[in-house]
Design a protein around this ligand. Structure first.
Ligand SMILES: *Cc1c(COP(=O)(O)O)cnc(C)c1O
Length: 452
């Protein structure tokens, strides 16, 4: 058995796609009826199949169907489900103690995760971290810290940005439906500026970085005032906004502007971080060293954990007792994170992500040549996407996107859609997925275009 299979939670589960019932099967349908009766309707369902087991590149449902996983539970299980080191370390911690509260009597695991974050995140300056439970909570705390440090209030976020569903992070998120619609009022002192979105830049891709950066700087300078701006918050590759890779040169220009004006640059790497894009963090690609970085999703192999990591002097600004939370940095989640990080190193998962791109990108580009509904192929590493448009135009085609996703689901491939216009298919396979499953998933996708 290969190290990949052995360490990735694969061994307990045959690594093959197998459909034994219609999708969804009878047991899933029964559970779905119970869900509808007991769970708030606001909690959506991408695929109405109920999970029973998962590992490697496979999710098995309660009816015995095995699906190829191109979603990783939204970029969470990069190391695989129930990865060996995650299970080993989290189980040992479960048996020792489950909670004392890091603010009451601390424990080593919390400190060790913060030490790892200092080592792994970009920049060789002195760093400190704060651990939390969810991505949204990390973003909220990054904003609290930036405001306290700068004694300024304004926070700048970008078109197409997504930062969570709590009140402050809804304000920071761009898209109304479904994230914000009906949930206002939203927090004040949030300002939205243009993003360098190459595919949709009005004067063309080649002008995108420069023109977008100039607009951002102009808007901050004239409408907000750089001296009033506490933080600029950006995803180095956008997640829910549609896997938009900002045009090269845009991020460095924004980082430079932030540094010139004492504005805290916060990189939200909650989706793009932890090896997903072929590097430990996506902002490394253009050599960006953010002042603060938020992480969550991929950090702990599926257990809820999030962090804010950043420059020591900024992280230390707030008074003692000003930051924290009952569960933040739960010991079992910390143990899981240490197991996940151990796995990322042992299997060199940044290299695995690059290998996934090497396999997927050419096949996606070949599909784009054949199918005019494909407007753009983009992303890096194992964070890749297709933007669908009405052929011959750039008009978003969310209906075709939903149809292709549904065709994949029926054939046993988990894929997710995303994007401001709902017209992006996104691919986030576990970084430990076998190459045969990866190719089989792409075969299913290829066949799906002909069903449009
Ligand atoms: C998912 C996500 C969040 C929110 O994380 P939760 O854990 O769902 O609160 C914030 N920012 C980005 C970039 C994300 O992808």
């Amino acid at each position: 058995m290969s190290a990949l299979t052995e360490l990735s939670g694969g061994p307990s589960l045959p690594q093959r796609r197998r459909l034994v019932t219609d999708v969804p099967g009878p047991k899933s349908q029964e559970l779905m009826a119970r869900k509808q009766a007991a769970v708030a309707a606001g909690v959506g369902t991408v695929m109405p199949v109920f999970a029973a087991r998962a590992g490697g590149g496979i999710v098995e449902d309660v009816d015995g169907n095995s699906f190829i996983d191109f979603g990783s539970g939204i970029a969470v299980t990069g190391v695989g489900n129930s990865a060996e080191a995650v299970v080993r370390r989290a189980s040992a911690q479960l048996a020792s103690f489950t909670h004392t509260c890091a603010m009451v009597t601390p424990y080593e695991g919390y400190v060790e995760v913060c030490e790892e974050l200092a080592r792994l995140t970009p920049g060789d300056h002195a760093k400190k971290s704060l651990l939390l439970n969810s991505g949204a909570e990390a973003v909220e705390n990054a904003v609290k810290i930036a405001r306290y440090h700068t004694k300024r209030q304004a926070v700048v976020a970008f078109d197409h940005g997504y930062h969570g569903r709590t009140n402050l992070t809804m304000a920071l998120t761009a898209k109304s439906m479904p994230y914000k619609h009906g949930f206002g009022p939203f927090a004040p002192e949030i300002y939205r500026v243009p993003l360098a979105y190459p595919y949709r830049w009005p004067t063309g891709q080649e002008n995108c970085a420069e023109e977008a950066a100039a607009q951002v700087i102009e808007q901050i300078s004239k409408q907000v005032g750089a001296e009033n701006t506490a933080a600029i918050l950006i995803e180095p590759i956008l997640g829910e906004g549609g896997f938009i890779v900002p045009a090269r040169g845009f991020l460095p220009r924004i980082a430079e502007f932030a540094a010139e004006h004492g504005i805290v640059l916060i990189a939200d790497e909650i989706q793009s971080g932890f090896c997903r894009t072929g590097q430990w963090f996506a902002c490394e690609d253009e050599g960006i060293v953010p002042d603060l970085i938020t992480t969550a999703k991929g950090i702990a192999g599926g257990l809820p954990l999030a962090a804010v990591t950043g420059r020591g002097e900024i992280m230390d600004a707030a008074h003692t007792g000003g930051l924290g939370g009952t569960y933040g940095g739960n010991p079992v989640a910390c143990a899981a994170a240490l197991g996940a990080i151990e796995t990322m190193r042992a299997l060199d998962l940044p290299a695995r992500a690059r290998r996934i791109e090497e396999i997927m990108k050419p096949r996606l580009l070949a599909m784009a040549d054949k199918h005019p509904v494909i407007g753009d192929i983009r992303g890096r590493g194992a964070m890749l996407a297709i933007e669908l448009v009405v052929p011959g135009t750039k008009d978003p085609d969310p209906a075709a996107t939903a149809a292709v996703a549904a065709a994949c689901h029926r054939e046993g491939l988990i894929v997710l859609t995303t994007g401001t216009y709902g017209n992006v298919l996104r691919f986030l396979p576990p970084l430990v997925i076998g190459e045969d499953l990866l190719n089989e998933g792409l075969d299913i996708l290829e066949a799906a275009w002909t069903r449009l």
